[in-house]
Design a protein around this ligand. Structure first.
Ligand code: ARG
Length: 400
């Protein structure tokens, strides 16, 4: 019996070859599903046609940009999620959303398997497969690229031999994955971590503005809701900031990161909107979150990012973290001013109706309302244990 498979289709070489390969080698009936998460793609109609030409029985395109922005980017922003302290999880965030649509499509079309075009060396296979098992453990996951043993050259020949229309050419030496939250560029000469990334790899952060400017981001309950006073949805905020911040050539990362599968990997990223938003959001939290809450949140943030990176978006711990983070955001409302100049983006002001910053307490001028006399007893008790230690043990050691 023919097996019906829903393939996460990008329109690129690997997934186009995968359509045909699964059809021929496995006798599968392939439904290609392309999910628009804001990647710079060919026209989606062209992508659909390409899937059909490769042999797909159906080709579906889902516009999931709004959903990606609202349900994936917004929670990640509230959690200030940065893997290994730097990478805002661009690809890691989109995979669970793509899987959600794969699973829905598989159910709708009565398919018993889903498939992806990831290699055996990366993180994305982990995310596709673990997320699928979380959402529907009965679905089989097929990873043709791990089976076929073809090099990139072989794939190009396979495509020519089978009349699969592809745009792959020799200049495509990089592996690129992009969406609203940023763009990842790997491979080519950058596989030597000492090599400077060639200027041609940068797209979103090509320097276009030579002046300086401010941009004010308004937040409500941890969510960005306006730019320079203009109310905007999450998707529009991201689009707008990618453009504005990217034009100053800011938002690049060049790092060697630890993949889930045990490989160290040199990665370059450009994430102008996500990095600017996290910078601003974190800063606003500094006036809106009580100290212990702020610190505990900062402790779980790296763990949150790690879970998402490792393919555990749909997991009980991640869900529990989401609940904690959501509860922490109640008073994260206000504005943050970013100053942009070529190659730089920094916070120059923050304000909030719920600010815990108290001028009367902080000031050194006449408006001072702090009860200085309270400090004497507080400091004495704070140091009492140390004083006792110094008298009985510590001071003796220093003398010795
Ligand atoms: N290293 C990043 C991650 O694991 C980016 C992966 C990009 N994927 C790709 N197919 N180029 O999230």
């Amino acid at each position: 019996m023919t097996k019906r498979v829903v393939l996460a289709y990008s329109g690129g070489l690997d997934t186009s070859v995968a359509v045909r390969w699964m059809t021929d080698e496995m006798g599968a009936e392939v439904i290609a599903l392309a999910v628009d998460v804001g990647q710079s793609s060919d026209d989606w109609e062209v992508v659909r046609e390409r899937a059909k030409a490769a042999g797909a029985v159906d080709a579906i395109v889902v516009d999931a940009r709004e959903e990606f922005a609202e349900d994936f980017c917004a929670p990640a922003l509230k959690a200030n999620a940065l893997y290994e302290g730097r990478y805002p999880l661009v690809s890691a965030l989109s995979r669970p959303l793509i899987v959600k649509h794969l699973v829905e499509t598989a159910r709708y079309h009565g398919a018993e398997a889903v498939a992806h075009g990831c290699t055996g060396k990366g993180n994305d296979q982990v995310r596709f497969e673990v997320s699928t098992r979380a959402l529907d453990p009965d679905l089989e996951v097929i990873a043709p690229v791990r089976h076929w043993g073809m090099t990139r050259e072989d794939c190009i020949h396979y495509a020519y031999d089978h009349d699969i229309p592809i745009t792959a050419t020799k200049e495509k030496v990089y592996s690129i994955d992009d969406n609203l939250w940023g763009r990842a560029i790997e491979c080519g000469e950058m596989e030597d971590p000492w090599n400077v990334p060639p200027p041609g790899v940068w797209l979103l952060t090509k320097l276009r503005s030579t002046d300086e400017r401010d941009v004010v981001i308004g937040f409500d309950g941890g969510r960005p809701v306006s730019i320079d006073g203009e109310p905007l949805g999450m998707l529009e905020v991201i689009d707008r900031l990618n453009d504005i911040v990217g034009s100053f050539g800011w938002g690049r990362l060049d790092m060697v990161e630890n993949r889930r599968v045990g490989i160290k990997s040199r990665e370059t990223y450009e994430c102008p909107a996500s990095l600017a938003l996290i910078l601003a959001h974190k800063d606003l939290e500094s006036i809106c979150l009580e100290r212990d809450l702020d610190r505990e949140k900062a402790r779980i943030e790296p763990r949150y990012a790690e879970l998402v990176y490792d393919g555990l978006w749909f997991s009980p711990l991640k869900q529990a973290f989401d609940a904690f983070v959501e509860s922490s955001q109640e008073f994260v409302t206000g504005d943050v001013r970013l100053h942009l100049s070529p190659g730089s983006c920094s916070v120059t002001g923050r304000r909030s109706p719920h600010s815990l910053y108290d001028y009367g307490l902080a000031t050194y001028d006449a408006a001072d309302s702090f009860r200085h006399q309270d400090s004497a007893g507080f400091v004495r008790l704070w140091g009492l244990g140390i004083e006792t230690w110094a008298q009985r043990q510590g001071a003796k050691r220093i003398k010795d």
